[in-house]
Design a protein around this ligand. Structure first.
Ligand code: ZN
Length: 262
C-alpha cells in the first residue's frame, strides 16, 4: 500500500541509506549512501566472481533478494540463512566494518557464504565454510590469520584442533572460534595447492551427499585428494605449514585477531 510505504520512509532516521541491487537489499543507519553504493557494487561483483571461480558459472536460485544491514563500525559480520528441504528460504545479514574492511574483507567473505548456501542448499561444515570464505579476503587479513595460526603452532604442545574433530564440528567449540577459522583457512589453502577451487567444490558436494559425517568426509578426501585417512591429510598439511614456517624468520603474531566475521 502506498500509505504504508510513505510511513516507512518518513520513519527512517535522517542518516538512513538504502540500496536495491539485483541480488541484495541493503539498508544502513550509519553508513553513507556512497559507501552503500560501493558495498552494492562489490557484492554484485563478488556474486559473479565467486560463481565463476568456485562454481564454473553454475546458476544460483535466489529465494528473493538478501536483506542486509550495513553497520559502519567495529564488530562481527554475520549472514543467516533459513533453510527448507528444497534449499534456502530467506537470507539476511548484518555486515559490520569500516570502508576498508567491508569492501575488501567482509563483503567478499559473506557473499561467498551466500553463494555456497544457494549452491549446496544446506550448511557446510564450519571449517570448510569459513576456511573457504577467508580465502577471498584481503592479503592483509589472510596474513593476520596465518600469523596467528603459526603462533599457535609454536606453542608447546601446539594449540591445534585434531583434524577428525575439526571435520566433525558443526558449531564452534567454546573459546576456539578463531581456531576453527584459522585452521579452516590453512587447510583450505593447502587443499587449493592440490587442486583448484572447483575440485574443492566437488569434494564438498561428495562429502555432503555422502552423509556429512567424518566417514563421508574421509571418503571424499580419498576420492578427490588421494589421502588414505584423515590423519595422513593432517600430517601432510602440517608438513606444508612447517615448510612455510621455515621460510619465515619471525612468524610471530602481528596483532590480536580481529573480531571474527562469520
Ligand atoms: Zn564467515
Amino acid at each position: 500500500m502506498a500509505a504504508a510505504a510513505v510511513f516507512i520512509l518518513l520513519s527512517l532516521p535522517a542518516r538512513s541509506a538504502e540500496l536495491v541491487t539485483q541480488h541484495f537489499h541493503f539498508r544502513s543507519n550509519s553508513a553513507s549512501q556512497q559507501l552503500l553504493n560501493q558495498v552494492g557494487q562489490v557484492a554484485e561483483a563478488s556474486v559473479a566472481k565467486h560463481r565463476r571461480d568456485w562454481l564454473a558459472g553454475a546458476d544460483l536460485r535466489w529465494p528473493g533478494r538478501a536483506n542486509i544491514e550495513i553497520v559502519y563500525g567495529r564488530g562481527s559480520s554475520v549472514t543467516s540463512t533459513i533453510y527448507r528441504p528444497t534449499g534456502p528460504q530467506r537470507i539476511t545479514g548484518r555486515w559490520v566494518g569500516n570502508r576498508q574492511t567491508l569492501l575488501y574483507d567482509h563483503v567478499p567473505h559473506e557473499v561467498l557464504h551466500i553463494v555456497f548456501a544457494l549452491h549446496f542448499g544446506r550448511p557446510l561444515p564450519r571449517w570448510l565454510d569459513e576456511g573457504a570464505a577467508t580465502t577471498v579476503e584481503s592479503s592483509t587479513e589472510r596474513s593476520r590469520i596465518d600469523n596467528w595460526l603459526m603462533a599457535q603452532l609454536h606453542k608447546s604442545p601446539p594449540n591445534t584442533i585434531p583434524i577428525d574433530r575439526l571435520f566433525a564440528l558443526r558449531e564452534y567449540p567454546p573459546g576456539q572460534t578463531y581456531q576453527v577459522y584459522a585452521q579452516g583457512h590453512s587447510l583450505v589453502m593447502y587443499l587449493l595447492t592440490l587442486g583448484d577451487r572447483q575440485q574443492l567444490m566437488r569434494f564438498t558436494a561428495a562429502g555432503l551427499a555422502g552423509g556429512d559425517d567424518v566417514a563421508a568426509w574421509q571418503r571424499s578426501l580419498k576420492a578427490h585428494y588421494g589421502f588414505e585417512h584423515l590423519v595422513q591429510c593432517q600430517g601432510r598439511w602440517l608438513d606444508w605449514i612447517r615448510g612455510r614456517l621455515g621460510n619465515r624468520r619471525n612468524p610471530g603474531v602481528r596483532a590480536a585477531p580481529q573480531p571474527v566475521p562469520s
